[in-house]
Write a protein that binds this ligand. Structure first.
Ligand code: GDP
Ligand code: MN
Length: 397
């Protein structure tokens, strides 16, 4: 789960990392109130779960109440890189003297944690990384060793923090690591980690997190009751919501062939097979969803799954690809028939079974002799048929 900036800031603040004063607002009335409380100049920042808001016009400075309202009226209706703005953060504007970039993320290949950092942070950090790769440092935190203040200080030095910033940067690195660990995060990023203050007053200069991006590991949700507050009611996909309630692994996609299978690998291959078939047939038909019904593919689970997929108006045909293991394909076949009785859907279904009692399962389906229920012997054949039916669905029905 990705967090909005206004949520990510909360987790940084819990660790004692300095952030500018800020208030989340969702309409111009709230913006005016927030701006009055914060004072001027303030920055009005689009809240979207995507970067490069600044370059897209989603981060604007306001010097008065009227300006704050005006820019928020520009930003609130925006869609940035396909993400609808869900509100704005009205934040105290800081005088930026320098911008650093620091992130901690999971590194699956080396099985440890990556610290990516550069003394040249800000909105052009990707360009800088491309043109001056040597200025971006990639360091590691070994989860089995202590990441203490000594290690953090060494890290801050090798990142290239200015000498005067090293001690504070080391503290921030430690706090970011604590934030990462305690929240089961997969990413904690601060960009810019800004040096702010009065250029003529050395004692006023300090480091402050002006923007934060945090992703949390959904697999750890069971031990973080507090994450419920991060739920995003505006942007929940109703099908994903329903699947979650049934404990199913479902991802909504853009195409028209519903895909149900057991095991993530098998479902992924099925998605590829459907896209490939759409390309072969020149229709460009694509999968409508990923749905993994998992190991115990019982009749009930199959019934719930079909109910979700068939209720999606985008779906024109469904491919069911099941490898019978603990649950036999006979049971899965019963589940499919049950679901069809219950749902009375007229959308075509193509079923391919393999493994435990595959032949028996297929013959149960064949005997049932339902219009719009097709069986296939191979995944390839099933995908071709499902893609064809999706493109020509109306003729068949
Ligand atoms: P992003 O474009 O989505 O990464 O949004 P950021 O929050 O990082 O803002 C983009 C840029 O806006 C920053 O790199 C800063 O240059 C600028 N910015 C953000 N907050 C302030 C601020 O308080 N004062 C000033 N002067 N500039 C800011
Ligand atoms: Mn940023």
């Amino acid at each position: 789960m990705d967090l909005y900036e206004y949520q990510a800031r909360e987790l940084l603040e819990e660790q004692g990392i300095a952030t500018p004063k800020a208030v989340f607002a969702q309409n111009s009335h709230e913006v005016a109130q927030a701006a009055e409380g914060i004072g001027y100049p303030c920055v009005v920042k689009a809240q979207v779960k995507i970067g490069h808001r600044g370059q897209a016009g989603g981060v604007r400075l306001a010097k008065t109440r009227d300006e704050a309202i005006l820019v928020s009226e520009d930003i609130l209706p925006m869609t940035i890189h396909k993400h609808k703005v869900s509100g704005v953060l009205v934040a105290e504007a800081k005088n930026i003297l320098h911008e650093y970039y620091v992130s901690i993320s999971v590194d699956r290949s080396s099985r440890d944690f990556d610290v990516l950092a550069t003394a040249n942070g800000g909105t052009e950090v990707e360009e800088i990384a491309r043109e001056h790769p040597e200025s971006v440092k990639r360091l590691h935190i070994d989860a089995l060793e202590d990441f203490d203040i000594e290690a953090a200080t060494k890290m801050a030095e090798s990142i290239g923090f200015y000498h005067a910033d090293v001690d504070q940067a080391a503290q921030i690195l430690l706090k970011m690591w604590r934030c990462f660990k305690e929240n089961d995060a997969t990413l904690v990023e601060i960009n810019p980690l800004a040096k702010i203050g009065d250029p003529d007053d050395e004692s006023s200069k300090t480091l402050c997190a002006l923007d934060a991006k945090i992703s949390l590991d959904d697999n750890a949700a069971f031990r973080h009751d507090g994450w419920k507050r991060f739920a995003d009611p505006v942007h929940v996909d109703p099908f994903e919501q329903k699947a979650r309630e049934h404990g199913l692994h479902y991802v909504h996609l853009n195409g028209s062939v519903g895909v149900i299978g057991n095991g993530a690998g098998l479902v992924m291959s099925s998605l590829d097979a459907v896209s490939g078939a759409g390309e072969d047939q020149g229709t460009n038909v694509k999968p409508a969803n990923f749905l993994d019904i998992g190991g115990g593919a019982s009749a009930q689970v199959m019934c719930d799954s079909l109910e979700i997929v068939l209720s999606d108006p985008q779906v024109e045909s469904v491919l069911v690809n099941v490898y019978g293991g603990i649950t036999s394909c006979e049971q899965v076949a019963e589940g499919i028939l049950e679901a069809l009785d219950k749902l009375g859907s007229s959308k075509p279904l193509v079923v391919r079974f393999d493994g435990n009692a595959a032949a028996e399962g297929l013959s149960i389906l064949a005997r049932a002799d339902r219009a719009n229920l097709h069986v296939a012997q191979t995944m390839e054949e099933a995908a071709q048929q499902a893609a064809h039916l999706a493109a020509n669905g109306r003729e068949v029905r």
